[in-house]
Design a protein around this ligand. Structure first.
Ligand code: ADP
Ligand code: MG
Length: 605
Protein backbone atom coordinates (compact mmCIF):
# COMPACT_ATOMS: atom_id res chain seq x y z
CA UNK A 1 0.00 0.00 0.00
CA UNK A 2 1.31 3.42 -0.94
CA UNK A 3 1.50 5.84 1.92
CA UNK A 4 3.16 8.69 0.11
CA UNK A 5 0.95 10.69 -2.20
CA UNK A 6 1.58 13.72 -4.31
CA UNK A 7 -0.36 16.75 -3.18
CA UNK A 8 -2.82 17.94 -5.75
CA UNK A 9 -1.29 20.96 -7.53
CA UNK A 10 -4.00 23.20 -6.23
CA UNK A 11 -3.27 22.37 -2.62
CA UNK A 12 0.47 22.62 -3.20
CA UNK A 13 -0.11 26.07 -4.66
CA UNK A 14 -2.22 27.04 -1.69
CA UNK A 15 0.51 26.01 0.68
CA UNK A 16 3.13 27.85 -1.36
CA UNK A 17 0.82 30.83 -1.48
CA UNK A 18 1.05 31.04 2.28
CA UNK A 19 4.70 31.92 1.86
CA UNK A 20 4.32 34.44 -0.90
CA UNK A 21 1.01 36.02 -0.03
CA UNK A 22 0.84 36.88 3.59
CA UNK A 23 -1.42 39.87 3.33
CA UNK A 24 -2.79 42.22 0.68
CA UNK A 25 0.45 44.19 0.66
CA UNK A 26 2.29 41.10 -0.61
CA UNK A 27 -0.02 40.99 -3.62
CA UNK A 28 0.59 44.65 -4.33
CA UNK A 29 4.35 44.13 -4.08
CA UNK A 30 4.39 41.15 -6.43
CA UNK A 31 2.13 42.75 -9.02
CA UNK A 32 4.00 46.03 -8.98
CA UNK A 33 7.29 44.20 -9.40
CA UNK A 34 5.90 42.34 -12.38
CA UNK A 35 4.76 45.59 -13.97
CA UNK A 36 8.17 47.16 -13.45
CA UNK A 37 9.85 44.06 -14.87
CA UNK A 38 7.52 44.31 -17.87
CA UNK A 39 9.00 47.74 -18.60
CA UNK A 40 5.86 49.71 -17.76
CA UNK A 41 6.12 53.50 -17.57
CA UNK A 42 2.63 53.90 -16.08
CA UNK A 43 1.39 51.85 -13.19
CA UNK A 44 -1.97 52.55 -11.54
CA UNK A 45 -3.10 50.76 -8.46
CA UNK A 46 -6.60 50.73 -7.04
CA UNK A 47 -7.34 49.27 -3.64
CA UNK A 48 -10.65 48.60 -1.91
CA UNK A 49 -11.02 47.94 1.81
CA UNK A 50 -7.37 47.62 2.64
CA UNK A 51 -6.99 45.20 -0.25
CA UNK A 52 -9.31 42.58 1.19
CA UNK A 53 -12.00 43.00 -1.42
CA UNK A 54 -10.02 44.31 -4.38
CA UNK A 55 -6.54 45.04 -5.64
CA UNK A 56 -6.27 46.19 -9.26
CA UNK A 57 -3.17 47.10 -11.11
CA UNK A 58 -2.99 48.42 -14.62
CA UNK A 59 0.26 48.82 -16.49
CA UNK A 60 1.39 49.76 -19.97
CA UNK A 61 4.23 47.26 -20.02
CA UNK A 62 5.08 44.52 -22.51
CA UNK A 63 1.88 42.54 -21.96
CA UNK A 64 1.59 38.82 -22.73
CA UNK A 65 0.31 36.79 -25.66
CA UNK A 66 -2.47 34.31 -25.06
CA UNK A 67 -0.10 31.41 -24.54
CA UNK A 68 1.93 33.21 -21.89
CA UNK A 69 -1.20 34.59 -20.29
CA UNK A 70 -2.26 31.05 -19.42
CA UNK A 71 1.18 29.88 -18.51
CA UNK A 72 1.94 32.71 -16.15
CA UNK A 73 -0.39 31.26 -13.50
CA UNK A 74 1.55 28.03 -13.37
CA UNK A 75 4.04 27.57 -10.62
CA UNK A 76 7.66 28.12 -11.58
CA UNK A 77 6.53 29.69 -14.80
CA UNK A 78 8.76 32.67 -15.40
CA UNK A 79 10.16 34.43 -18.41
CA UNK A 80 12.98 35.85 -16.38
CA UNK A 81 15.34 33.00 -15.84
CA UNK A 82 16.76 30.29 -18.05
CA UNK A 83 19.89 29.11 -16.43
CA UNK A 84 20.61 28.78 -12.78
CA UNK A 85 23.58 31.04 -13.40
CA UNK A 86 21.18 33.83 -14.14
CA UNK A 87 20.26 33.80 -10.50
CA UNK A 88 23.48 35.57 -9.73
CA UNK A 89 23.26 38.30 -12.26
CA UNK A 90 19.58 38.98 -12.11
CA UNK A 91 18.32 42.43 -12.70
CA UNK A 92 14.62 41.77 -12.52
CA UNK A 93 12.59 42.06 -9.36
CA UNK A 94 11.07 38.58 -9.51
CA UNK A 95 12.33 35.37 -10.99
CA UNK A 96 10.81 32.57 -8.99
CA UNK A 97 7.72 32.32 -11.09
CA UNK A 98 5.60 31.80 -8.01
CA UNK A 99 3.73 34.99 -7.43
CA UNK A 100 0.88 34.73 -9.90
CA UNK A 101 0.36 31.04 -9.17
CA UNK A 102 0.23 31.77 -5.47
CA UNK A 103 -2.13 34.71 -5.80
CA UNK A 104 -4.42 32.79 -8.12
CA UNK A 105 -4.56 29.95 -5.61
CA UNK A 106 -6.07 32.12 -2.89
CA UNK A 107 -8.17 34.75 -4.67
CA UNK A 108 -10.45 35.51 -7.60
CA UNK A 109 -8.14 36.82 -10.29
CA UNK A 110 -8.86 38.46 -13.60
CA UNK A 111 -6.11 39.12 -16.14
CA UNK A 112 -6.43 41.24 -19.25
CA UNK A 113 -3.29 41.54 -21.25
CA UNK A 114 -2.11 42.43 -24.73
CA UNK A 115 1.19 42.81 -26.44
CA UNK A 116 1.73 45.89 -28.57
CA UNK A 117 2.05 43.88 -31.79
CA UNK A 118 -1.15 41.82 -31.26
CA UNK A 119 -4.53 42.99 -32.44
CA UNK A 120 -6.48 41.49 -29.61
CA UNK A 121 -5.68 40.67 -26.04
CA UNK A 122 -6.48 37.82 -23.69
CA UNK A 123 -8.89 37.81 -20.78
CA UNK A 124 -8.45 35.05 -18.24
CA UNK A 125 -10.39 34.55 -15.03
CA UNK A 126 -9.08 32.14 -12.49
CA UNK A 127 -10.54 31.26 -9.09
CA UNK A 128 -8.72 29.24 -6.47
CA UNK A 129 -6.25 28.16 -9.11
CA UNK A 130 -8.85 27.00 -11.67
CA UNK A 131 -9.26 28.80 -14.98
CA UNK A 132 -12.95 29.61 -15.38
CA UNK A 133 -12.77 31.88 -18.40
CA UNK A 134 -10.31 32.38 -21.26
CA UNK A 135 -11.29 34.56 -24.19
CA UNK A 136 -10.08 37.16 -26.63
CA UNK A 137 -10.76 40.76 -25.71
CA UNK A 138 -10.20 44.17 -27.11
CA UNK A 139 -7.89 46.04 -24.78
CA UNK A 140 -4.91 48.32 -24.89
CA UNK A 141 -1.28 47.28 -24.68
CA UNK A 142 -0.19 46.20 -21.25
CA UNK A 143 -1.65 44.26 -18.41
CA UNK A 144 -4.56 44.70 -16.02
CA UNK A 145 -4.75 42.33 -13.10
CA UNK A 146 -7.63 42.40 -10.63
CA UNK A 147 -7.41 40.40 -7.45
CA UNK A 148 -10.68 40.08 -5.55
CA UNK A 149 -11.73 38.40 -2.33
CA UNK A 150 -8.27 37.57 -1.16
CA UNK A 151 -8.09 34.40 1.00
CA UNK A 152 -11.70 33.56 0.15
CA UNK A 153 -10.73 29.89 0.52
CA UNK A 154 -8.30 30.26 3.42
CA UNK A 155 -10.37 31.45 6.38
CA UNK A 156 -7.46 31.27 8.80
CA UNK A 157 -5.56 33.82 6.74
CA UNK A 158 -8.60 35.97 6.24
CA UNK A 159 -9.27 36.16 9.94
CA UNK A 160 -5.67 36.97 10.59
CA UNK A 161 -5.89 40.19 8.60
CA UNK A 162 -5.82 43.42 10.57
CA UNK A 163 -8.10 46.40 10.14
CA UNK A 164 -8.42 47.91 6.66
CA UNK A 165 -6.36 50.90 7.67
CA UNK A 166 -3.52 48.78 9.00
CA UNK A 167 -3.58 46.61 5.90
CA UNK A 168 -3.56 49.72 3.77
CA UNK A 169 -0.54 51.06 5.67
CA UNK A 170 1.32 47.92 4.66
CA UNK A 171 0.19 48.42 1.09
CA UNK A 172 1.42 51.98 1.16
CA UNK A 173 4.82 50.81 2.39
CA UNK A 174 5.05 48.20 -0.36
CA UNK A 175 3.99 50.82 -2.88
CA UNK A 176 6.67 53.27 -1.74
CA UNK A 177 9.43 50.68 -1.71
CA UNK A 178 8.93 50.21 -5.41
CA UNK A 179 7.88 53.72 -6.39
CA UNK A 180 10.93 55.32 -4.79
CA UNK A 181 13.30 52.94 -6.50
CA UNK A 182 11.75 53.68 -9.90
CA UNK A 183 11.32 57.43 -10.21
CA UNK A 184 11.21 57.16 -14.00
CA UNK A 185 7.85 55.41 -13.75
CA UNK A 186 4.48 57.13 -13.18
CA UNK A 187 2.64 55.61 -10.24
CA UNK A 188 -0.79 56.28 -8.84
CA UNK A 189 -2.37 54.72 -5.80
CA UNK A 190 -6.06 54.96 -4.95
CA UNK A 191 -7.79 53.63 -1.88
CA UNK A 192 -11.58 53.48 -1.72
CA UNK A 193 -11.82 56.00 -4.55
CA UNK A 194 -9.48 58.40 -2.87
CA UNK A 195 -6.24 59.39 -4.57
CA UNK A 196 -3.40 58.67 -2.16
CA UNK A 197 -0.39 59.11 -4.43
CA UNK A 198 0.03 60.51 -7.88
CA UNK A 199 3.71 60.33 -8.64
CA UNK A 200 4.75 61.48 -12.05
CA UNK A 201 7.87 60.35 -13.80
CA UNK A 202 10.84 62.35 -12.54
CA UNK A 203 14.32 62.10 -11.08
CA UNK A 204 15.18 60.58 -7.76
CA UNK A 205 15.34 63.84 -5.85
CA UNK A 206 11.87 64.85 -6.97
CA UNK A 207 10.50 61.41 -6.26
CA UNK A 208 11.95 61.54 -2.77
CA UNK A 209 10.54 64.98 -2.09
CA UNK A 210 7.19 64.04 -3.63
CA UNK A 211 7.04 61.25 -1.11
CA UNK A 212 8.19 63.42 1.79
CA UNK A 213 5.68 66.10 0.97
CA UNK A 214 5.49 69.76 0.19
CA UNK A 215 8.54 71.98 0.58
CA UNK A 216 10.78 69.10 1.45
CA UNK A 217 13.16 69.96 -1.37
CA UNK A 218 15.59 71.89 0.75
CA UNK A 219 15.37 69.47 3.61
CA UNK A 220 17.27 66.69 1.92
CA UNK A 221 20.79 66.55 0.58
CA UNK A 222 22.48 64.06 -1.68
CA UNK A 223 25.02 61.43 -0.81
CA UNK A 224 27.33 59.92 -3.31
CA UNK A 225 30.38 57.71 -3.24
CA UNK A 226 31.87 55.03 -5.35
CA UNK A 227 34.31 52.32 -4.42
CA UNK A 228 35.08 48.91 -5.84
CA UNK A 229 32.87 47.34 -3.26
CA UNK A 230 29.79 49.49 -3.39
CA UNK A 231 28.37 52.52 -5.07
CA UNK A 232 26.26 54.63 -2.74
CA UNK A 233 23.81 57.28 -3.88
CA UNK A 234 20.59 58.75 -2.60
CA UNK A 235 19.30 61.41 -0.28
CA UNK A 236 19.46 62.05 3.42
CA UNK A 237 17.14 64.25 5.40
CA UNK A 238 18.70 67.15 7.23
CA UNK A 239 18.89 66.63 10.97
CA UNK A 240 15.65 68.49 11.60
CA UNK A 241 13.74 65.90 9.58
CA UNK A 242 14.59 63.16 12.07
CA UNK A 243 11.45 61.61 13.46
CA UNK A 244 10.37 60.00 16.68
CA UNK A 245 9.12 57.02 14.71
CA UNK A 246 11.03 55.20 12.06
CA UNK A 247 9.15 56.61 9.18
CA UNK A 248 11.25 57.48 6.25
CA UNK A 249 14.13 55.08 6.21
CA UNK A 250 14.73 53.32 2.97
CA UNK A 251 17.61 51.13 1.93
CA UNK A 252 17.77 49.71 -1.54
CA UNK A 253 20.31 47.38 -3.01
CA UNK A 254 20.32 47.17 -6.78
CA UNK A 255 16.94 48.94 -6.66
CA UNK A 256 15.43 46.42 -4.32
CA UNK A 257 14.18 47.56 -0.94
CA UNK A 258 15.68 45.91 2.10
CA UNK A 259 15.86 46.37 5.82
CA UNK A 260 19.09 46.39 7.74
CA UNK A 261 19.52 47.36 11.34
CA UNK A 262 23.26 47.02 10.80
CA UNK A 263 23.46 49.62 8.04
CA UNK A 264 20.90 51.74 9.83
CA UNK A 265 23.35 51.83 12.69
CA UNK A 266 26.01 53.24 10.36
CA UNK A 267 23.71 56.08 9.37
CA UNK A 268 22.73 56.73 12.97
CA UNK A 269 26.38 56.88 13.87
CA UNK A 270 27.03 59.45 11.19
CA UNK A 271 24.26 61.55 12.71
CA UNK A 272 25.59 61.19 16.23
CA UNK A 273 25.32 64.46 18.08
CA UNK A 274 23.24 66.01 15.34
CA UNK A 275 19.87 64.58 16.23
CA UNK A 276 18.27 64.05 19.60
CA UNK A 277 18.49 60.59 21.08
CA UNK A 278 15.77 58.16 20.14
CA UNK A 279 14.98 59.94 16.91
CA UNK A 280 15.42 58.45 13.49
CA UNK A 281 17.06 60.21 10.58
CA UNK A 282 15.35 60.25 7.23
CA UNK A 283 17.17 58.52 4.43
CA UNK A 284 16.77 57.07 0.98
CA UNK A 285 19.98 55.18 0.37
CA UNK A 286 20.75 53.23 -2.76
CA UNK A 287 23.55 50.69 -2.78
CA UNK A 288 24.81 49.11 -5.92
CA UNK A 289 26.85 45.98 -5.47
CA UNK A 290 27.87 43.09 -7.62
CA UNK A 291 24.76 40.83 -7.52
CA UNK A 292 27.04 37.85 -6.97
CA UNK A 293 28.01 39.36 -3.64
CA UNK A 294 24.58 39.46 -2.12
CA UNK A 295 22.30 36.66 -1.20
CA UNK A 296 19.41 37.12 -3.62
CA UNK A 297 16.10 36.98 -1.91
CA UNK A 298 15.87 33.31 -1.35
CA UNK A 299 12.75 33.83 0.64
CA UNK A 300 10.13 35.73 -1.32
CA UNK A 301 8.89 37.99 1.40
CA UNK A 302 12.17 38.50 3.12
CA UNK A 303 13.42 42.04 3.23
CA UNK A 304 16.70 41.21 4.90
CA UNK A 305 19.54 40.68 2.50
CA UNK A 306 22.94 39.20 3.23
CA UNK A 307 25.97 41.08 1.97
CA UNK A 308 29.27 39.37 1.56
CA UNK A 309 31.17 42.52 2.41
CA UNK A 310 28.83 44.04 4.92
CA UNK A 311 31.54 45.33 7.23
CA UNK A 312 33.21 47.33 4.50
CA UNK A 313 29.92 48.62 3.31
CA UNK A 314 29.17 49.68 6.86
CA UNK A 315 32.28 51.84 7.07
CA UNK A 316 31.91 53.22 3.59
CA UNK A 317 28.31 54.11 4.32
CA UNK A 318 29.23 55.77 7.59
CA UNK A 319 31.91 57.91 6.01
CA UNK A 320 29.79 58.72 2.97
CA UNK A 321 26.97 60.07 5.10
CA UNK A 322 29.38 61.87 7.35
CA UNK A 323 31.20 63.48 4.49
CA UNK A 324 27.96 64.69 3.03
CA UNK A 325 26.87 66.11 6.35
CA UNK A 326 30.15 67.97 6.43
CA UNK A 327 29.97 69.05 2.84
CA UNK A 328 26.56 70.55 3.32
CA UNK A 329 27.63 72.16 6.55
CA UNK A 330 25.25 70.16 8.64
CA UNK A 331 27.95 68.81 10.85
CA UNK A 332 28.88 71.11 13.69
CA UNK A 333 32.63 71.20 13.89
CA UNK A 334 32.24 69.98 17.44
CA UNK A 335 31.73 66.52 16.10
CA UNK A 336 34.87 66.39 14.12
CA UNK A 337 36.59 67.50 17.27
CA UNK A 338 35.17 64.64 19.23
CA UNK A 339 35.90 62.16 16.55
CA UNK A 340 39.51 63.03 16.16
CA UNK A 341 39.95 63.29 19.88
CA UNK A 342 39.87 59.52 19.85
CA UNK A 343 41.82 59.22 16.69
CA UNK A 344 44.73 61.51 17.15
CA UNK A 345 47.96 60.72 15.42
CA UNK A 346 49.92 58.15 17.33
CA UNK A 347 52.63 60.57 18.36
CA UNK A 348 50.20 62.72 20.26
CA UNK A 349 49.27 59.79 22.39
CA UNK A 350 52.75 59.24 23.71
CA UNK A 351 52.56 62.49 25.58
CA UNK A 352 51.08 62.87 29.04
CA UNK A 353 47.39 63.14 28.61
CA UNK A 354 46.14 66.65 28.71
CA UNK A 355 42.54 66.85 29.73
CA UNK A 356 40.56 67.51 26.59
CA UNK A 357 39.20 70.96 26.77
CA UNK A 358 36.70 70.71 24.01
CA UNK A 359 34.27 73.42 24.78
CA UNK A 360 30.98 71.67 24.66
CA UNK A 361 28.31 74.27 24.67
CA UNK A 362 25.50 72.75 26.71
CA UNK A 363 23.01 74.97 24.96
CA UNK A 364 24.27 73.81 21.60
CA UNK A 365 21.35 73.01 19.43
CA UNK A 366 22.10 71.67 15.98
CA UNK A 367 18.65 72.59 14.80
CA UNK A 368 19.18 76.17 15.72
CA UNK A 369 22.39 76.23 13.76
CA UNK A 370 20.45 74.80 10.88
CA UNK A 371 17.90 77.51 10.96
CA UNK A 372 20.56 80.03 10.28
CA UNK A 373 20.63 78.66 6.82
CA UNK A 374 22.45 75.73 5.39
CA UNK A 375 24.84 77.91 3.47
CA UNK A 376 25.90 80.01 6.39
CA UNK A 377 29.35 78.49 6.78
CA UNK A 378 29.58 79.51 10.36
CA UNK A 379 28.52 83.09 10.01
CA UNK A 380 25.83 84.50 12.18
CA UNK A 381 22.79 86.21 10.86
CA UNK A 382 24.36 89.41 12.06
CA UNK A 383 26.60 89.70 9.05
CA UNK A 384 23.56 89.86 6.86
CA UNK A 385 21.81 92.44 8.98
CA UNK A 386 24.76 94.69 9.42
CA UNK A 387 25.63 94.76 5.81
CA UNK A 388 28.88 93.59 4.45
CA UNK A 389 31.27 96.03 2.87
CA UNK A 390 30.13 99.10 4.70
CA UNK A 391 32.42 101.99 4.05
CA UNK A 392 33.96 101.71 7.48
CA UNK A 393 34.26 98.44 9.23
CA UNK A 394 34.53 98.60 12.95
CA UNK A 395 35.74 95.69 14.90
CA UNK A 396 32.56 95.61 16.95
CA UNK A 397 30.42 95.36 13.84
CA UNK A 398 32.36 92.50 12.46
CA UNK A 399 32.71 90.75 15.77
CA UNK A 400 29.03 90.32 16.07
CA UNK A 401 28.89 89.09 12.52
CA UNK A 402 31.02 86.18 13.19
CA UNK A 403 29.48 83.99 15.79
CA UNK A 404 32.26 81.51 16.34
CA UNK A 405 34.90 84.13 16.54
CA UNK A 406 35.01 83.95 20.34
CA UNK A 407 35.96 80.34 20.06
CA UNK A 408 38.81 81.19 17.79
CA UNK A 409 40.14 83.83 20.11
CA UNK A 410 42.19 81.25 21.88
CA UNK A 411 42.56 78.29 19.61
CA UNK A 412 45.43 76.89 21.62
CA UNK A 413 43.14 76.14 24.48
CA UNK A 414 40.83 74.16 22.34
CA UNK A 415 43.43 71.90 20.99
CA UNK A 416 44.12 68.67 22.68
CA UNK A 417 47.80 68.28 23.24
CA UNK A 418 48.88 71.01 20.92
CA UNK A 419 52.48 70.94 21.96
CA UNK A 420 52.55 67.24 22.29
CA UNK A 421 54.38 67.19 18.99
CA UNK A 422 54.62 64.24 16.74
CA UNK A 423 57.93 62.63 16.12
CA UNK A 424 59.22 62.83 12.60
CA UNK A 425 58.87 59.09 12.28
CA UNK A 426 55.15 59.53 12.52
CA UNK A 427 54.82 61.72 9.46
CA UNK A 428 55.41 60.94 5.85
CA UNK A 429 55.15 63.32 2.94
CA UNK A 430 53.97 62.09 -0.46
CA UNK A 431 53.25 64.67 -3.09
CA UNK A 432 50.65 66.96 -1.55
CA UNK A 433 49.60 64.37 1.03
CA UNK A 434 50.76 64.00 4.58
CA UNK A 435 50.44 60.50 5.97
CA UNK A 436 50.44 59.77 9.64
CA UNK A 437 49.64 56.58 11.53
CA UNK A 438 46.76 56.62 13.97
CA UNK A 439 45.27 53.94 16.14
CA UNK A 440 42.81 52.69 13.58
CA UNK A 441 44.89 52.99 10.45
CA UNK A 442 46.54 55.75 8.50
CA UNK A 443 45.33 59.29 8.35
CA UNK A 444 45.86 60.93 4.99
CA UNK A 445 45.79 64.72 5.00
CA UNK A 446 45.50 66.76 1.85
CA UNK A 447 48.02 69.45 2.71
CA UNK A 448 46.71 71.94 0.16
CA UNK A 449 43.22 71.80 1.61
CA UNK A 450 44.62 71.80 5.11
CA UNK A 451 46.37 75.06 4.37
CA UNK A 452 43.22 76.47 2.87
CA UNK A 453 41.44 75.72 6.11
CA UNK A 454 44.19 77.15 8.28
CA UNK A 455 44.50 80.34 6.24
CA UNK A 456 40.77 80.73 5.92
CA UNK A 457 40.28 80.51 9.67
CA UNK A 458 43.05 83.00 10.29
CA UNK A 459 41.80 85.39 7.64
CA UNK A 460 38.14 85.28 8.45
CA UNK A 461 38.99 85.96 12.04
CA UNK A 462 41.15 88.93 11.07
CA UNK A 463 38.81 90.04 8.32
CA UNK A 464 35.98 90.75 10.72
CA UNK A 465 38.21 92.97 12.82
CA UNK A 466 40.36 94.92 10.43
CA UNK A 467 41.75 94.74 6.93
CA UNK A 468 43.93 91.71 6.27
CA UNK A 469 47.64 92.28 6.60
CA UNK A 470 48.99 93.88 3.51
CA UNK A 471 52.33 93.82 1.83
CA UNK A 472 53.34 96.46 -0.67
CA UNK A 473 54.43 95.04 -3.99
CA UNK A 474 57.93 95.77 -5.13
CA UNK A 475 56.62 96.46 -8.59
CA UNK A 476 53.00 97.50 -8.81
CA UNK A 477 50.97 95.33 -11.15
CA UNK A 478 48.94 97.04 -13.85
CA UNK A 479 45.92 95.60 -15.46
CA UNK A 480 43.56 97.00 -18.07
CA UNK A 481 40.02 96.26 -17.02
CA UNK A 482 36.97 95.60 -19.06
CA UNK A 483 34.07 97.97 -18.49
CA UNK A 484 32.22 95.57 -16.26
CA UNK A 485 35.31 94.79 -14.20
CA UNK A 486 35.96 98.45 -13.77
CA UNK A 487 32.45 98.99 -12.50
CA UNK A 488 32.71 96.11 -10.07
CA UNK A 489 36.01 97.27 -8.63
CA UNK A 490 34.85 100.84 -8.21
CA UNK A 491 31.81 99.69 -6.30
CA UNK A 492 33.72 97.30 -4.11
CA UNK A 493 36.95 99.20 -3.58
CA UNK A 494 36.43 99.17 0.19
CA UNK A 495 35.94 95.44 0.20
CA UNK A 496 39.20 94.95 -1.63
CA UNK A 497 40.85 97.11 1.00
CA UNK A 498 39.37 95.02 3.76
CA UNK A 499 40.79 91.99 2.01
CA UNK A 500 44.26 93.50 2.16
CA UNK A 501 44.59 95.07 -1.29
CA UNK A 502 45.84 98.49 -2.12
CA UNK A 503 44.32 99.43 -5.45
CA UNK A 504 44.34 102.49 -7.64
CA UNK A 505 41.74 102.80 -10.32
CA UNK A 506 42.09 105.28 -13.14
CA UNK A 507 39.45 104.83 -15.72
CA UNK A 508 40.03 101.31 -16.99
CA UNK A 509 43.56 101.07 -15.63
CA UNK A 510 43.92 99.14 -12.39
CA UNK A 511 47.14 99.42 -10.44
CA UNK A 512 47.74 96.94 -7.69
CA UNK A 513 50.13 98.52 -5.21
CA UNK A 514 49.69 96.15 -2.33
CA UNK A 515 48.18 92.71 -1.76
CA UNK A 516 47.28 90.49 1.18
CA UNK A 517 50.43 89.38 2.92
CA UNK A 518 49.62 85.72 2.60
CA UNK A 519 49.39 85.83 -1.19
CA UNK A 520 52.35 84.94 -3.33
CA UNK A 521 53.20 87.81 -5.66
CA UNK A 522 52.85 85.50 -8.60
CA UNK A 523 49.31 84.72 -7.61
CA UNK A 524 48.05 88.25 -7.11
CA UNK A 525 46.57 88.82 -10.54
CA UNK A 526 44.74 85.53 -10.64
CA UNK A 527 43.36 86.18 -7.18
CA UNK A 528 42.08 89.62 -8.17
CA UNK A 529 40.44 88.13 -11.26
CA UNK A 530 38.73 85.47 -9.21
CA UNK A 531 37.58 88.02 -6.65
CA UNK A 532 36.08 90.25 -9.32
CA UNK A 533 34.23 87.30 -10.70
CA UNK A 534 33.03 86.17 -7.33
CA UNK A 535 32.01 89.53 -5.92
CA UNK A 536 29.63 89.99 -8.79
CA UNK A 537 26.89 87.74 -7.50
CA UNK A 538 24.42 90.38 -6.58
CA UNK A 539 21.74 87.83 -5.80
CA UNK A 540 23.67 86.36 -2.93
CA UNK A 541 23.51 87.50 0.61
CA UNK A 542 26.44 89.42 1.96
CA UNK A 543 27.43 86.76 4.40
CA UNK A 544 27.92 84.27 1.61
CA UNK A 545 29.91 86.75 -0.42
CA UNK A 546 32.15 87.54 2.54
CA UNK A 547 32.77 83.86 3.07
CA UNK A 548 33.41 83.28 -0.63
CA UNK A 549 35.90 86.11 -0.90
CA UNK A 550 37.95 85.00 2.04
CA UNK A 551 37.86 81.46 0.62
CA UNK A 552 39.31 82.89 -2.58
CA UNK A 553 42.15 84.54 -0.71
CA UNK A 554 42.86 81.34 1.20
CA UNK A 555 42.75 79.04 -1.82
CA UNK A 556 44.91 81.36 -3.87
CA UNK A 557 47.43 81.61 -1.09
CA UNK A 558 47.40 77.84 -0.58
CA UNK A 559 48.15 77.26 -4.23
CA UNK A 560 51.70 78.52 -3.76
CA UNK A 561 52.24 76.85 -0.47
CA UNK A 562 54.73 73.99 -0.33
CA UNK A 563 55.51 71.83 2.63
CA UNK A 564 59.22 71.40 2.63
CA UNK A 565 59.97 69.03 5.45
CA UNK A 566 58.57 66.98 8.23
CA UNK A 567 58.81 69.73 10.80
CA UNK A 568 56.61 71.90 8.62
CA UNK A 569 54.22 69.03 8.14
CA UNK A 570 53.98 68.50 11.87
CA UNK A 571 53.39 72.16 12.42
CA UNK A 572 50.73 72.10 9.78
CA UNK A 573 48.96 69.18 11.43
CA UNK A 574 49.01 71.04 14.71
CA UNK A 575 47.63 74.17 13.16
CA UNK A 576 45.00 72.19 11.29
CA UNK A 577 43.80 70.50 14.43
CA UNK A 578 43.44 73.81 16.15
CA UNK A 579 40.87 74.78 13.55
CA UNK A 580 37.31 74.08 14.47
CA UNK A 581 36.43 72.38 11.20
CA UNK A 582 39.61 70.56 10.53
CA UNK A 583 38.00 67.84 8.47
CA UNK A 584 36.39 70.02 5.82
CA UNK A 585 38.05 72.69 3.73
CA UNK A 586 36.38 76.10 3.41
CA UNK A 587 35.39 75.06 -0.11
CA UNK A 588 33.61 72.11 1.47
CA UNK A 589 36.00 69.44 0.42
CA UNK A 590 37.27 66.76 2.76
CA UNK A 591 40.70 67.52 4.16
CA UNK A 592 41.47 64.18 5.63
CA UNK A 593 40.55 60.57 5.23
CA UNK A 594 41.35 57.60 7.34
CA UNK A 595 42.55 54.48 5.60
CA UNK A 596 41.38 51.88 8.07
CA UNK A 597 43.28 48.73 8.83
CA UNK A 598 40.42 46.85 7.23
CA UNK A 599 40.83 48.79 4.04
CA UNK A 600 44.56 48.20 4.11
CA UNK A 601 44.02 44.48 4.60
CA UNK A 602 41.70 44.50 1.66
CA UNK A 603 44.24 46.37 -0.45
CA UNK A 604 47.00 43.89 0.14
CA UNK A 605 44.79 40.83 -0.27
P1 ADP B 1 8.21 36.01 -11.82
O1 ADP B 1 7.94 37.47 -11.73
O2 ADP B 1 9.04 35.52 -10.69
O3 ADP B 1 8.72 35.59 -13.15
P2 ADP B 1 5.37 35.78 -11.57
O4 ADP B 1 4.51 34.67 -11.12
O5 ADP B 1 5.32 37.04 -10.81
O6 ADP B 1 6.84 35.22 -11.62
O7 ADP B 1 5.07 36.08 -13.10
C1 ADP B 1 5.19 35.03 -14.04
C2 ADP B 1 5.46 35.56 -15.41
O8 ADP B 1 4.30 36.24 -15.90
C3 ADP B 1 6.57 36.58 -15.49
O9 ADP B 1 7.83 35.95 -15.62
C4 ADP B 1 6.18 37.37 -16.74
O10 ADP B 1 6.66 36.73 -17.89
C5 ADP B 1 4.67 37.30 -16.75
N1 ADP B 1 4.07 38.54 -16.21
C6 ADP B 1 3.57 38.71 -14.96
N2 ADP B 1 3.06 39.95 -14.80
C7 ADP B 1 3.25 40.59 -15.97
C8 ADP B 1 2.94 41.91 -16.43
N3 ADP B 1 2.38 42.83 -15.64
N4 ADP B 1 3.28 42.23 -17.70
C9 ADP B 1 3.87 41.30 -18.50
N5 ADP B 1 4.18 40.06 -18.12
C10 ADP B 1 3.87 39.68 -16.88
MG1 MG C 1 6.92 38.38 -10.25
Amino acid sequence: MHVIKRLPTQIANQIAAGEVVQRPASVVKELMENSVDAGATEISITIKDGGRTQISIQDNGSGMNSHDAQLCFERHATSKINLLNDLFSLNTMGFRGEALASIAAVAHVSLKTKKAEDNTGTHIRIEGGTIIQNEEVVCSKGTLIEVKNLFFNVPARRNFLKSDSIEFNHIEDAFLYIAIAHPEVNFTLHHNNQAIYNLSSTNLKRRVTDVLGKNSGDRVFPIDSETDIVKITGFIGKPETAKKTRGNQFFFVNKRFFKSSYFNHAVLKAFEGLIPEKTHPTYFIFLEVDPAKIDVNIHPTKTEIKFEEDRFIYSILLSTVRQSLGKYNLMPSLDFELETAFDLPAGFRKQPIIEPTIQVDPSFNPFKAQNQGGKSNGFSNGIREQGFGKSKSHEEDWKSFYSIQENLENPQQEFIGIDAGITSADVLLIDRYILTPIKTGIMVIDSRRAIERILYDECIDAFVKHPLNQQMLLFPIEKVLEKQEQRIISIHLKTFEQLGFNLELEDTMLRILGAPEILDENGVIQCVDELIERINYSDQNKEDIAHALVVKIATNAARYHRIGNKQEAELQIQRLFSCKSHAISPSNEPILQILTLEQLNQLIK
